[in-house]
Write a protein that binds this ligand. Structure first.
Ligand code: HEC
Length: 99
């Protein structure tokens, strides 16, 4: 599974692209990246100053592959864009929203 930054097609070294490198912990306070948990992703909330939204499998995969959140707001450039199949992304979605 390869990943790159927005506006930069070079593949990132694989050791930099593990989700948990940046998405640590379950609290929003002082984290580099928001928590990837059931409650954080499925909860209806305003993200990045956009309208209230929540994730589903489709919008999660759009965020991970194309860097766009459920309200259509662009994610920060430090969130890589991942190249993966729909099946891989569905498996990842089920993993992050498990309880
Ligand atoms: C290099 C650091 C980094 C890595 C690695 C990374 N992310 Fe992110 N991610 C971020 C940052 C920073 C944000 C917040 C961007 C913003 O708020 O604009 C983010 C945001 C997100 C969001 C949106 C969360 C929300 O509440 O809207 C999702 C979903 C996400 N990442 C999934 C993943 C997944 C899945 C992986 C691994 C396959 C991953 N990220 C790897 C840095 C990273």
């Amino acid at each position: 599974m390869s990943a790159h930054l927005r506006d930069d097609d070079r593949p990132l070294p694989s050791w930099t692209t593990r989700c948990v490198n940046c998405h640590t912990g379950t609290s929003k306070a002082s984290a580099f990246a928001p928590p990837l948990t059931h409650d954080a992703l499925l909860g209806a909330t305003s993200r990045r100053g956009g309208p209230i939204s929540h994730y589903d499998a489709t919008s999660f995969c759009r965020a991970v592959k194309d860097g766009i959140d459920p309200a259509g707001v662009l994610l920060g450039k430090s969130m890589p864009h991942y190249r993966m199949t729909d099946a891989q992304c569905m498996a990842l979605w089920r993993f992050v929203v498990r309880r």
